[in-house]
Structure formats: structure tokens, C-alpha cells
Design a protein around this ligand. Structure first.
Ligand code: PMP
Length: 785
């Protein structure tokens, strides 16, 4: 950067402006800036060094002149002092460098970033901006149409690659999510937006306030011809910083702007995403600068206010924001969707009511983002229960992977393509070596069906032992292995070849740990220390099932979830699976682990649930989280089982393992790794489990005593609600009421277990510590009530 001695500046001022002033250099980014005090007035001397920036100085000066002649703007925009020759700018050559010089009036006031204004300020700022943009919209300066600025929101997507500089994986995914929304929602709308000249940088260090009124706007160096609404989007992004209620700020700002320079519907429709885009631009630029200059703390902290707003912004439903923006303009959002009541009536006309809906008052959903769901009224819910959007709803890299492949090729496994092999290899790398083959299907149920077929084919036998209250899927074979279905309301009872072993539930099962309320959680490492090994006692029950049903020669296998979900989120006692597997294998049966709910890092400690118990199954069933919502399932098995299946009867699934699914599956595995989701499940899960125990203790100490048990691993937990701690009598009504009351607090939970008295918790794995604290606060309040 060029450095000019003050004496030289002094001489320049005397010769060209006829003034002798006190001169002080200001820190500058590109231009050289000086405060000059002359008689009783203060001005800013600006010297532009960069030749590209010099091109726009003259057009800028002409714009400032027009603005200064406009009523209501005069005095709030820097005025330019003429040289002795009557020129607004001065060309100066110093030390061989061509410079452009001008003097601007100094505007008094506090920067918006220095002192947070009161809410009423924002309506005035909006009005001021309306006047400004109205005037600018009538100016034609061709140069501003030619500029290509990285800070112009029209070019937002060009900054996407800078996301790589964001270190925190959750934050990086959040910013990438907004890039995805821009591409999906803003890009198609962009060509229909009105365009005009805008200031393009109405930020908290360019707006001046005095007595809570607008006192000025400075720095017209980023002006560009672009979508007019970008002006408001940018101002909004900064105005919301350090404010508790971003939408209240938006309402005032938009109201003021619209009253002077009316906004259009199509502008209000995308403003939510454009404001987020500006926050993201600030963030990625700072991240890039921080990575270039790691010791410069300024870059690390400069984006913090933008992060704070962005974390609030994702929690505001786009619909709610749109409603507020419209209301500020005296408009209402046109609703084309049907009411919930209409949807439900229509649904029941075409679909049987066996397809149930959650909650006493069902929810209608219109959108989702990572761990949040947006309903049809504009409310946001923190999702604590849906385990299918494993890496987060609309995860940007998963969506992109699917979209990209869908646009290129989707076919089936009868052809060769790389992604099938690549995905199979990557998925199998997550398993112990013994589990070395995989077949792809489209659901957990289809995976169960195939697993049963493989086991029967391998053993030449027919019968299965299942755990009581288990659920393994909706196809006939799976229903036949699911006491949760065949033994419950409307069920047709146990098939002849299915045999039920007691569920090793150490709280409610046939063998229990005694210390009500104080027993350690069902973590396998902590359920030791009992005088009798309760896991072995439960495993011995399998001998009884074998003997009673004469299974010695008929047993094809044993199937169990690694943490039975429908059974009530039951942590198996430590030695149970090991002992059970021995007994099954002794009779030539195969051991099947259903990892549909527990797999892919959810349980935190390990990638697969069975790893908690130091066993290796012969067959593993996968589903739900595999495709993050894209319908995928798989069966993973041993070489021996694969060999016996290769008997000439071919296996084919129309959709299983197709190129789109493989790309999505790969992106999910990569997201789990790159976003550190297993680790997050472990740390956030540990914290929550400990806090759930505290809630249990508080609750029981206060004599209410409704939390009988807390158990789980990682982000897979259950809280069992009882009427009485001694008798452990289940209390499904309180469990259901709690879930419905939590919904009113915008937290999604659900109940499970044979008695429907277990509150289940299994959120998307991007669930944060802040989310955990919010859940705990609301749960305490609902349970307390
Ligand atoms: N196994 C388990 C343990 C499950 O929880 C489920 C689904 N709830 C299934 C299998 C069946 O999966 P899907 O619904 O994809 O067919």
C-alpha cells in the first residue's frame, strides 16, 4: 500500500483547494482516507489508488450530486467540495502512481454498529432507503451495469466454494444449505426481479444515527446495478445483528421502505433467502480471510454477529418471514394450500385410516432444514424424533448428489457403473471383515425379507426366534417376525414358525434390576455389577424357547434389534447378545442384527449397535438413515451366506442399488464423516442422558415420581413414564400428554414401547448443544406442570 507523508497532503490541499487543515490519517481498506479539520468544519479526504476503483469514481461523484439535490436526502449523503478550479475530483500523480482525490463532507452521528438503535429507528431507515432507491432507480450510469462484484448478491453462488474455509462442520453445512436454497428458490425467480442502481452496502458501519434518527449514509464505493431488492436484503442482514427479534426489525424496515418505494410480491417472496445470502457472504469472506491470515483475530471474530443472526434465521420458517414481510406492506401471503382439516378429510377419503397421523392435532408440513421442520402456519419445530433425516433435512451435499445423478443416469444393477462398487466398498468398510457382501433394496422391510430368505436358504431351515415386542417391517415375512404387530390390536397372532423370547428389558422385563430410580442407565458398560448377570439369565430363556418348541433341528436363526425401538428403546444387558448368538449358532442358526434404527453412528459410541456388545452378526439389516429420506435398504452378510445364495436363482431389485441411490448413500456416509456426526451423537447424547437423569432425580425428589427409567446411547434414548415408582405401572396417558404439550412448545417427540409409555428421542444427528439445552428447558417445564 502506498504511503504519502502528511506534508504532501497538506501541500495538495493548499494548492488545489486553498485550505490549510489539520490532517489525520484513517485506517482504510483500499482507499487512503484522512480526516481534515478546517476552520470549524470537518471533511474526509479520499484518495483512490486502485486503477479499477478509479474508473467508478466519476460516475460515483455524479450519483452523489443527484442524491444531494434530492429532498429528504440532502445532508444525509456526503457532499463533495470543489477544487479551486471548480472540479469535483482531482487527478494527482504521486511517486509515479496515478491517484484520484476528492473531499467529502463529514457526517456526524454514531455508526449503527457502535450503538444499537431503538426499534423505531428501523422504520426511519427503511423510509430513507426507499427515498434513496427511488432516486437511484432513475439514474442511468452505464458503468454500474458492467461491474462484476463478488459482494453483489446476483453473484452469490460464485462464492460457494469458499464454504470450505468454515471450520465448524455444522456451521459449514448450515451455510451450504443457504447456497442450496438460493439455487433452488432465488435463481429461478431472479430474472423476473426489477433491477436498478443500489448502494449495495447499507451495513452497520455505513449507516449513521443520531438521537435515534438516520443521520447519514456513507461509502458509495460498492454501488452496482442489480436486483433492487438486494438493497433491502443487505440492510436487513446487518440491521438484525445484535437485535433480539430479527423479524421485528424486518417488519419496521420493510414497512418504512414500502411506504416510500413500494415493494413487489416477487421481491417479498425471496427476501428471506437473500438476507441469508448476505449473511453467508460475510461469513465465507471472513472465513477465507481468516484462513489466509490465521493469526489475525479480527477475521475470526468479525463474522460472529452474522453467525448469531444466521443461527436465529434458520429457526424462522421461511413462511413466517414471508408473512411478516407481506404484513409490513399491508399485504397477505396468498395461500394456495388446503387447510389441515381439508387435507385430513381428503386423505381419509382416499387412504385407509390405518395410516395414522401423529398428535391429537395433526401437523401440516411445508419445509425443513437440518434439524428443523416448518409447518403450514409458519411455525418451526425442533425435530427430536425423526431418525430418517439422519444427517439433517435437505442436507446440501446429499441433495446435490441426488440431483446431479438424477440429471445424468438412473438405471439398475443389470448394468455396470462405478458408484455401485464404490458405495458397496465404502459401506462394507464400516463393518467387521467377516461381513463382506451386500445386496441393496429400497426399505428396511425389504431388507428384513431378504435377510430371512438368505438365512432360510443358508440353513435349509425355517424357524426364527424373535424378541418380544419387536418390529422388523411391514412386509408379510417381517410382520410374521414382529410381535409388536401380530400380538397387538388387529394382529393375527404368531405364525407357527416364529418363536418369541422374552425381551431383555431390565426395567420392566421378567428379570429386573431392583433399585428403582437409582439404577444406572441401560448402557451396556453400566448394567454390570449386578449380583446375577442379568444378560445371561435372559439369554438362558432362549434355551427354554428352543426346548419348548423343539427347535433343535428347525432353527434358521435369531433376529434382534441392537437397541429394540418398538420394545421401548431397550439397552440390551452386556452379555445378552454374545450368549444368545452362541446358543443359536450351536444349532446351526444364523444371527441377524436389525440396525435399521441403530446404525450409521446414531448410538455415538460405535458406528453399529451390535458393536456395543462385542458381537459380530452373520447378517445385518439396514434402512431408514441410509438415504437420509431417499428410500434405501440393504442386507450385509458373510461370504458363506453369499455362497449358499449363489445357487442359480438370481436376485434382482428394480430400484435397489441404482446410481441415484448409490450417490445419495455415498453422500450420507461422507456427511456422517465430514460433519463429525457420530462424535456429535456421542457428546451431545452423553450430555443429554446425564441431564435426563438429573430431571429424573428432580422429578422423583419432588415426589411426583413419574420418570421410572432413562436409557439409551448417543442420540437414541427413551424416558419411561410410570404411575408409581414401586410398581412401575406404565403411564401412557402422561407420556402422550407430555409429547402433545412438547409439541405446543415446538418440540417434536413421540412415544413407543409395548405400553406406549416411553418417550423416544432420536433426532437428526446434527442436533446441537443449544438444541439440547432448549429441549431440556422445555421438558423440565412441561414435566413440572
Ligand atoms: N426394522 C426396524 C427396526 C424398523 O424400525 C423399521 C421401520 N420402522 C423397519 C425394520 C422397516 O423399515 P421400513 O419402514 O423402511 O420398511
Amino acid at each position: 500500500m502506498i504511503k504519502i507523508p502528511i506534508q504532501e497532503i497538506d501541500q495538495l490541499l493548499q494548492e488545489n483547494y486553498g485550505i490549510q487543515a489539520k490532517i489525520k490519517e484513517l485506517p482504510g481498506y483500499e482507499d487512503l482516507n484522512y480526516i481534515i479539520d478546517y476552520k470549524n468544519s470537518r471533511s474526509i479526504l479520499k484518495i483512490t489508488v486502485n486503477p479499477d476503483a478509479q474508473l467508478s469514481v466519476m460516475p460515483q461523484v455524479r450519483v452523489l450530486n443527484v442524491l444531494n439535490k434530492t429532498d429528504n436526502l440532502r445532508g444525509l449523503i456526503p457532499e463533495i467540495t470543489s477544487t479551486l478550479n471548480g472540479e469535483k475530483t482531482l487527478e494527482w500523480e504521486y511517486d509515479g502512481t496515478k491517484l484520484i482525490v476528492r473531499i467529502l463532507s463529514f457526517l456526524e452521528g454514531n455508526f449503527m454498529g457502535e450503538k444499537s438503535p431503538l426499534m423505531s429507528f428501523f422504520a426511519m431507515l427503511g423510509e430513507f432507503m426507499g427515498k434513496l432507491d427511488n432516486t437511484l432507480s432513475k439514474i442511468n450510469e452505464p458503468l454500474f451495469r458492467q461491474l462484476h462484484l463478488e459482494w453483489d448478491l446476483a453473484n452469490f453462488l460464485e462464492n460457494e466454494e469458499l464454504c470450505q474455509y468454515i471450520k465448524n462442520p455444522y456451521n459449514r453445512t448450515l451455510v451450504e444449505y443457504f447456497f442450496l436454497q438460493y439455487r433452488e428458490i432465488v435463481t429461478p425467480a431472479y430474472k423476473n426481479l426489477r433491477k436498478s442502481l443500489i448502494h449495495n452496502d447499507i451495513n452497520d458501519w455505513n449507516v449513521l444515527a443520531a438521537d435515534n434518527k438516520v443521520a447519514g449514509l456513507i461509502d458509495f464505493g460498492d454501488m452496482v446495478h442489480t436486483a433492487t431488492i438486494n438493497e433491502l436484503a443487505i440492510a436487513l442482514a446487518y440491521a438484525m445483528m445484535k437485535q433480539d427479534d430479527p423479524l421485528a426489525v424486518a417488519y419496521e424496515l420493510i414497512k418504512g421502505y414500502h411506504s416510500v418505494f413500494p415493494l413487489k410480491e416477487e421481491e417479498l417472496d425471496i427476501l428471506y433467502y437473500l438476507s441469508a445470502s448476505r449473511l453467508c457472504t460475510t461469513i465465507v469472506m471472513a472465513a477465507k480471510n481468516a484462513s489466509n491470515d490465521p493469526n489475525n483475530e479480527y477475521f475470526q471474530i468479525s463474522a460472529q454477529p452474522a453467525w448469531d443472526v444466521l443461527h436465529k434465521w434458520i429457526r424462522i420458517s421461511p413462511l413466517k418471514a414471508r408473512k411478516v414481510f407481506h404484513k409490513a406492506c399491508g399485504l397477505t401471503v396468498p395461500m394456495h394450500t388446503k387447510s389441515k382439516k381439508e387435507l385430513l378429510i381428503e386423505r381419509n377419503k382416499y387412504l385407509p385410516s390405518s395410516l395414522s397421523v401423529s398428535y391429537n392435532e395433526p401437523l401440516g408440513m411445508t419445509g425443513s432444514a437440518l434439524q428443523y421442520m416448518y409447518d403450514d402456519e409458519g411455525d418451526t419445530y425442533l425435530d427430536c424424533v425423526n431418525n430418517i433425516p439422519h444427517v439433517g433435512y435437505c442436507h446440501p451435499r446429499v441433495v446435490k448428489a441426488g440431483q446431479k445423478q438424477m440429471a445424468r443416469l438412473n438405471t439398475n444393477t443389470r448394468y455396470l457403473y462405478e458408484s455401485l462398487n464404490e458405495y458397496a466398498k465404502k459401506l462394507l468398510s464400516k463393518f467387521p471383515d467377516r461381513l463382506s457382501k451386500v445386496l441393496f433394496v429400497n426399505s428396511g422391510s425389504a431388507a428384513t425379507d431378504l435377510a430371512i430368505r438368505l438365512a432360510r436358504n443358508h440353513t435349509g431351515k425355517d424357524d426364527f426366534i424373535v424378541l418380544d415386542h419387536a418390529y422388523h417391517g411391514n412386509v408379510s415375512t417381517a410382520i410374521g417376525l414382529s410381535p409388536y404387530k401380530f400380538n397387538h390390536k388387529g394382529g393375527s397372532g404368531k405364525p407357527y414358525n416364529t418363536h418369541i423370547a422374552p425381551i431383555p428389558d431390565t426395567y420392566r422385563g421378567i428379570y429386573r434390576t431392583p433399585d428403582v430410580g437409582t439404577r444406572p442407565c441401560g448402557r451396556p458398560d453400566e448394567s454390570m455389577g449386578n449380583p446375577i448377570d442379568i444378560g445371561i439369565k435372559y439369554a438362558d430363556e432362549i434355551d427354554n424357547v428352543i426346548a419348548e418348541n423343539e427347535l433343535e433341528t428347525k432353527l434358521a436363526g435369531f433376529i434382534a434389534e441392537s437397541i429394540p425401538g418398538c420394545g421401548g428403546q431397550i439397552m440390551l444387558p452386556k452379555n445378552y447378545l454374545g450368549e444368545a448368538y452362541k446358543k443359536i449358532r450351536a444349532l446351526g442358526g444364523v444371527c441377524i442384527a436389525d440396525e435399521v434404527q441403530t446404525g450409521f453412528g446414531r448410538i455415538g459410541e460405535k458406528f453399529w449397535g451390535f458393536e456395543l456388545y462385542d458381537v459380530v452378526p452373520d447378517i445385518v439389516i439396514l434402512g431408514k438413515p441410509m438415504g437420509n429420506g431417499h428410500p434405501m435398504g440393504a442386507v450385509v452378510f458373510t461370504d458363506e451366506i453369499a455362497e449358499s445364495f449363489e445357487n442359480g436363482l438370481e436376485f434382482f431389485s428394480s430400484f435397489g442399488g441404482n446410481p441415484v441411490s448409490c450417490e445419495i448413500g455415498l453422500a450420507v456416509l461422507e456427511a456422517i464423516e465430514n460433519d463429525g456426526l457420530q462424535e456429535n451423537a456421542k457428546t451431545t447424547g452423553r450430555y443429554l442422558l446425564d441431564e435426563f437423569f438429573k430431571i429424573q432425580e428432580e422429578n422423583n425428589a419432588e415426589g411426583k415420581g413419574i420418570i421410572g427409567d432413562v436409557r439409551g446411547s448417543g442420540l437414541f434414548m427413551g424416558i419411561e413414564i410410570v404411575k408409581d415408582l414401586e410398581t412401575r405401572e406404565p403411564d401412557p396417558e402422561t407420556a402422550s400428554r407430555t409429547v402433545n404439550d412438547m409439541k405446543k412448545e415446538h418440540i417434536l417427540l413421540s412415544t413407543d414401547g409395548p405400553e406406549e409409555n416411553v418417550i423416544k428421542f432420536k433426532p437428526p444427528l446434527c442436533f446441537t448443544m443449544d438444541n439440547a439445552r432448549e429441549l431440556l428447558k422445555k421438558l423440565r417445564s412441561v414435566l413440572g406442570a
